[in-house]
Design a binder for this molecule. Structure first.
Ligand code: F0G
Length: 361
């Protein structure tokens, strides 16, 4: 992604990079059928080094931390930002402090943070409480905060949009759909599209579709009231990545949606899990929150907001292995069995049993 350095951090010569970016744009018939959107493409950000889009912002923010001689770096996280920060801080040789809500982040993400060597604080609160504590710590203890309130994160995340436009030969799609939690990415997409238009990279901006989980949808509720209100909620959703009740990048995201004539929608956990099961079974795979983008496209097709022939890119924000717990629950534990559950089959070590399984419909 550093090929866009002039639009990200022009003065950089030696970024802290793993490297990141160059993620694929994927077409899968089964996913298009599920979303009822024949042109749907998936921009898979799970192909980044720590398995999520966060790496694009983190390479910039940690490069900046090193430039200013920070003594340590910190973030509050629902898991992916912390996994990414841990990986980049390790590379830069900087101590990392991560604040995560105890018992509320997915196993793969917690495992990464520990493995990459971050000081991992399991805080007895939710994400919103973690962010408040991290902000306080950065103010009083002088650690460099790399949440998406840090402008360098947003600069890096713009490259998702630049890259997908380039992959499409600068023939912009009609819509870009993305899951929305703390709204840093929605803000980054808005800024990227503003800049792409100003530079003449594209002649017309795609509409943004930001998709929240129904139990953590303060931004979607506000959109429905023409952004006249801002009411934090107590967040509840299985998609822990976007389990956020009081998003930090609110105002910038309002601008992104307004300027692109965008839409904010919310989807239920069941809709998200079903979309995930389809994406997973197509061999692509993603984490639960990522599937909100595809579930949102399906909803807007049903509502007639996305037209028959409109071209859509949905961003898959994280890798399928980020949240193995949800996969196990969906495929092995939920009763009654969800329609798309793929139950494992226990057999004795006999060829006859293998043959019996093989000949089943
Ligand atoms: N998808 C995934 C997989 C995420 O991890 C996040 C945010 C989002 C979507 C939403 O992006 O917050 O910019 O609106 N994860 C953050 C974290 C909050 O701490 O990892 P957003």
């Amino acid at each position: 992604m550093w090929r866009y350095r002039e639009l990200v951090m022009p003065s950089v010569t030696d970024p802290v990079s793993h490297p990141e970016g160059n993620t694929p744009l994927i077409a899968r018939g089964a996913v298009q059928t599920h979303a009822r959107c024949a042109s749907l493409l998936l921009k898979h950000e799970g192909h980044n080094p720590s398995g999520s889009f966060k790496d694009r912002g983190m390479t910039v923010a940690v490069t900046q931390a090193r430039r200013i001689g920070a003594r340590a770096v910190a973030c509050a996280s629902t898991g992916n930002t912390s996994a990414s920060l841990a990986a980049y801080a390790a590379h830069a040789g900087l101590p990392a402090l991560v604040f995560v809500p105890r018992g509320q982040i997915a196993l793969g993400k917690l495992a990464q943070s520990l493995a990459y060597g971050a000081r991992t604080l399991l805080v007895d609160t939710d994400f919103d409480g973690c962010l408040r504590l991290a902000l306080e710590a950065s103010r009083t203890l002088g650690v460099y905060l790399v949440n998406s309130v840090n402008p360098w994160r947003v600069e890096g995340q713009k490259t998702i949009v630049f890259e997908l436009l380039q992959q499409l030969g600068y023939d912009a799609p009609d819509w870009i759909a993305l899951p929305a939690g703390n709204l840093g990415n929605t803000s980054a997409f808005g800024k990227a599209l503003r800049e792409a238009l100003a530079l003449g990279m594209i002649s017309r901006a795609p509409r943004l579709l930001a998709v929240q989980a129904e139990g953590a949808a303060p931004f979607a509720s506000s959109f429905a009231a023409h952004f006249a209100t801002r009411e934090p909620v107590h967040a509840e959703t299985l998609a822990t990545a976007i389990k956020i009740g009081d998003p930090a990048s609110w105002d910038r995201a309002v601008r992104a949606i307004t300027e692109t004539n965008g839409v904010v929608a919310s989807v239920t956990d069941d809709e998200m899990l079903e979309a995930k099961a389809v994406i997973d079974a197509s061999g692509v795979g993603c984490e639960p929150a990522s599937a909100a983008s595809v579930a949102g496209v399906r909803q807007l097709r049903d509502r007639g907001v996305i037209g028959d022939h409109e071209r859509v890119v949905a961003v898959l924000t994280g890798h399928v292995l980020k949240d193995p717990g949800i996969i196990q629950r969906y495929h092995q534990e939920i009763n009654p069995k969800p329609a798309r559950a793929n139950r494992p089959i226990e057999i004795s070590a006999s060829l006859a049993e293998v043959e019996r399984v093989l000949s089943r419909p």
